[in-house]
Design a protein around this ligand. Structure first.
Ligand code: FES
Ligand SMILES: [Fe+2]
Length: 448
């Protein structure tokens, strides 16, 4: 049983630990605003939401709101969502299509390119209105993988440089071709970094997510550390956790995977550890006929679950057929609160390629029936926003695994505020946490 660590940076990463202050101290939160949130490329939303001129969505991040619009020439551009008359918030709906953006206060109206178009009673302004100067303030915007990124710094490095090798490694997954099937946001009573920490280690999985032993092998994973604080993880899927007794029969999850590929689970009695390779081979064999192009993937990628964290606040958890885009956004003022988004994307079969419209199930993920690249009549789901209390009460779910994490995280924050706790004590399996915090320190300067 080995956890392989591949360090793609020039510097060795060693466990150093750090104080709890960075989770509870408003001064550190204020430093993060300038050092982290205003300096890095941030995943604002989906390109799919801004396809046609006038399409827009609002990306809400702490004290700031960015209006992302598809402009008249079809490019995607972010603007600060604030009217340049007296600073009223401009767009108050989350998403939609607009002919223009009209401020509710005095009706200053901007076109979809951000130009100030209409100023009522313009003659009453003694010095006139310098419309060019009073256009919406743009925010640097770039696109990768079907995601819109924004960067609030003056002249940021290109997004490709920020993502570095991560972009190329993830490109074969074609997230841009995946379709949003669920859009959820949960309010959490914890610091945003507690969420990132949680998705940066597998140490907790045996204990908090006991169901995972039926679908993944958390003992033989590969960890990747990249420059700029990004990290990656590859976990063998379609298998079981060898830390526990290996069952005689394929588990329920493996059985579902085998059946979805027209393989007989009975053939794997006493051969549970062979299921992973069989799934890989079978997907290779029948993928194209089912409308899935696996040609860009290594065999392991056909069975395994990967999780890549994009600094600072995005966690992508995915297989060739699915991606969960998880993103945590800080509260405007309270270091003990944040919002956690989960967007579920699914790769549907390519009808031009498929000779049948059956669906292939990813390991341990929910099934969605597929009838085309984007199924006819598919509606973008509305965002469902709720409190973690609703998850604990069983009124909302983000899948068993995420629910277990969500239910736990307020307890971490409460513990952090106790005078009975000062510093973390990390093990080697928590290297990704250390790597993330090293980047935080590089950006903020010394924090203990
Ligand atoms: S603040 Fe927007 S028109 Fe006055
Ligand atoms: Fe977890």
């Amino acid at each position: 049983m080995t956890i392989e660590v591949v360090n793609h940076t020039d510097t060795p990463v060693t466990i150093r630990n750090f104080s709890k202050r960075r989770y509870v101290d408003p001064d550190i939160m204020a430093r993060e605003w300038d050092g982290v949130w205003r300096k890095n490329w941030l995943l604002a939303g989906l390109v799919a939401d801004v396809q046609k001129p006038g399409d827009f969505f609002v990306f809400d991040l702490g004290r700031e709101q960015i209006l992302v619009a598809c402009t008249s020439d079809g490019t995607v551009q972010g603007f600060y969502n604030v009217c340049q008359h007296r600073g009223n918030l401009l767009v108050t709906t989350e998403r939609g299509r607009a002919a223009n953006f009209r401020c509710a206060y005095h009706a200053w109206t901007y076109d979809i390119d951000g130009n100030l178009d209409i100023v009522p009673y313009e003659e009453r302004f003694a010095d006139g209105v310098p419309c060019a100067e009073r256009a919406l303030r743009p925010v640097n915007t770039a696109v990768w993988g079907g995601f819109v990124f924004v960067n609030m710094s003056e002249s940021p490095e290109p997004l490709e440089d920020f993502l570095g090798p991560v972009a190329g490694i993830l490109d074969p997954y074609r997230f841009d071709r995946m379709v949003l099937v669920e859009d959820q946001t949960v309010h959490l009573d914890c610091n945003w970094k507690a969420v990132i920490d949680n998705f940066s280690e597998l140490y907790h999985v045996d204990f908090l997510h006991p169901q995972h032993k039926r679908m993944v092998d958390c003992c033989n994973d590969t960890v990747h550390l990249f420059a700029r604080g990004h990290t990656g993880l590859a976990v063998p899927g379609a298998t079981v956790n060898p830390r526990f007794p290996v069952p005689e029969e394929p588990t329920d999850i493996q059985t579902a995977q085998l059946l979805s590929l027209d393989l007989d689970p009975a053939d794997f009695r006493g051969r549970v550890l062979d299921v992973r390779e069989a799934v890989q081979a079978r997907k290779r064999e029948i993928g194209a006929a089912r409308g899935f192009d696996y040609s860009g993937f290594e065999d392991e990628q056909l069975s395994d679950v990967w999780q890549y964290n994009l600094f600072p606040n995005v966690v992508l958890s995915f297989t060739p057929e699915h991606c969960w885009v998880m993103r945590v956004r800080p509260h405007p003022t309270d270091p003990g609160r944040c919002e956690f988004d989960k967007l579920s994307l699914v790769m549907f079969a390519d009808p031009d390629m498929a000779s049948s419209s059956q669906e292939i199930l990813g390991p341990g993920r929910h099934a969605v029936s597929a009838s085309g690249f984007e199924p006819e009549g598919h509606q973008r789901p509305e965002r469902d926003v709720f409190s973690y209390a609703a998850v604990i009460a069983g009124e909302k779910t983000m899948t068993d695994t995420i629910d277990q994490d969500v239910e736990l995280l307020s307890g971490v924050q409460t513990g952090m505020t106790s005078s009975g706790f000062d510093t973390t004590w990390l093990n080697d399996d928590e290297m990704r946490i250390q790597h993330f915090h090293n980047e935080l320190e590089r950006l903020l300067g010394e924090i203990d």
